[in-house]
Ligand binder design. Structure first.
Ligand SMILES: [Zn+2]
Ligand SMILES: [Zn+2]
Length: 330
C-alpha cells in the first residue's frame, strides 16, 4: 500500500529541504507551495527560532568578553554586508581579486542574510522598481512590516532572481555559498560555541561558556545585524531628508548611517548607486567607505568608483518624495 503523506507532512519535508538547500527553491515548488505573497512560516522557522534563542541570555548570563565579541562580529559582518553584498556584488562599485571576492562572500554569508546571488539579485531588482509597482519591499507601497521582514519571508521571494546576476553566477564558489546558505552561519555558531567551551576550561576567570558565546556572539549579534540592515529597506524609505529628486522615496538619515556603517545615506545612494561611497559630503559619516579606502591602500580592493561632480551637485527639482502610486497599478 502506497503511503500518501498529507499536505502538512509534505510542507514540513519541503521546508526541511529548503533549510539546508536553498537552491531547491529555484526548482519547481510542490503543489500548494507556489510563489505567492503568503508567508511560509515553516520555511522561515530557523529565522524565528534565532530570535527566540536570544532569550537564553537570561540563562547563560553575560560577560565583557561575550559582549565584546558580539559587538565585533556585528561591526565586521555589517561591513561585509554593506561593502560586499551591497556595494560590490549589487553595484560593482569597486574591484577585487577572485580570492578576496570569495573571502568577502564567506564573511558576508555568515551574517545569515542568505547568499550573495540572492542578496544582490533582489537588491538590483529593488533599484529597478524602487517604490513603484513591482518593488519587492517598498515601505512606501506596502508599509513598514512588509518592507522590513515580510517580503523575504514570502514564498515569492525565496529564490534568487538569477536573470539579474549572471555576472556573479559565473563563479561556482558563489553559487555554492548561495545554494547552501545555512552552512557558514552554522559554522560560525559552532566555532563560537567551541571557543566559549575552551575559554571556560582554560580561562575560567573570564566567566565565558560555550552557550553564552553562542547566544551573545551569534544569536544576539546576528539578530541585531539583520534588523539594522533591514532598516534601510523600511525606515530609510520613510524617515530622513531628501537631497536629490530621485523617482523613489529614499531618504538620508544620520542615525541609520551610524547603525549600518554608512548605508543610511540612502537618498544619495539611489541618486547614484554605482558609487563606492554613500556619504557624499565630508560630514556624512560612511565608515564602510573609510574602511574600503584602507583596503584600497593595502591593495586588497581597487578602482573605487567615485561620484561625478555633475551628479554630486544635482539639486532636487522638488522637495518631497514621489506621489504615492496606487496598489491597483501593480
Ligand atoms: Zn532603497
Ligand atoms: Zn543599492
Amino acid at each position: 500500500m502506497e503511503l500518501i503523506p498529507d499536505r502538512r507532512l509534505r510542507a514540513l519535508r519541503t521546508a526541511l529541504r529548503f533549510w539546508f538547500d536553498a537552491g531547491a527553491a529555484g526548482s519547481a515548488p510542490p503543489a500548494g507551495l507556489e510563489p505567492s505573497r503568503r508567508i511560509d512560516w515553516l520555511r522561515v522557522a530557523p529565522f524565528v527560532a534565532l530570535h527566540l534563542t536570544c532569550l537564553a541570555a537570561f540563562w547563560t548570563g553575560t560577560s565583557s568578553v561575550a559582549i565584546a565579541i558580539a559587538a565585533a562580529l556585528y561591526a565586521l559582518r555589517m561591513f561585509a554586508i554593506t561593502a560586499f553584498y551591497h556595494r560590490y556584488c549589487s553595484h560593482r562599485a569597486f574591484a577585487v581579486s577572485r580570492t578576496v571576492q570569495f573571502l568577502f562572500a564567506l564573511l558576508a554569508a555568515s551574517a545569515g542574510q542568505r547568499g550573495p546571488l540572492w542578496w544582490a539579485s533582489h537588491h538590483r531588482h529593488h533599484h529597478l522598481h524602487a517604490d513603484r509597482p513591482g518593488d519587492a519591499h517598498s515601505a512606501h507601497l506596502d508599509g513598514f512590516l512588509w518592507s522590513h521582514v515580510g517580503w523575504f519571508m514570502a514564498r515569492e521571494n525565496f529564490a534568487a532572481r538569477r536573470e539579474l546576476v549572471a555576472d556573479l553566477a559565473r563563479y561556482p564558489e558563489l553559487r555554492f555559498l548561495d545554494r547552501f546558505d545555512v552552512l557558514v552561519p552554522l559554522g560560525l555558531a559552532a566555532l563560537l560555541y567551541a571557543v566559549g567551551e575552551l575559554l571556560a576550561v582554560h580561562a575560567p576567570d573570564l566567566s565565558v561558556t560555550g552557550p553564552q558565546l553562542l547566544v551573545w556572539g551569534f544569536c544576539i549579534s546576528t539578530v541585531a545585524l539583520c534588523h539594522a540592515t533591514f532598516t534601510i529597506n523600511s525606515l530609510a524609505h520613510r524617515f530622513g531628508t531628501r537631497r536629490y529628486a530621485t523617482t523613489d522615496n529614499s531618504r538620508n538619515n544620520l542615525w541609520l548611517a551610524l547603525l549600518t556603517l554608512g548605508e543610511g545615506w540612502h537618498n544619495n545612494h539611489h541618486h547614484f548607486p554605482g558609487s563606492a561611497r554613500q556619504g557624499f559630503r565630508w560630514y556624512e559619516l560612511d565608515f564602510t567607505y573609510y574602511l574600503l579606502r584602507i583596503l584600497a591602500h593595502l591593495r586588497l580592493v581597487s578602482n573605487l568608483r567615485d561620484v561625478p561632480a555633475t551628479v554630486l551637485d544635482a539639486r532636487p527639482a522638488r522637495p518631497a518624495g514621489p506621489s504615492r502610486p496606487s496598489k491597483e497599478a501593480a
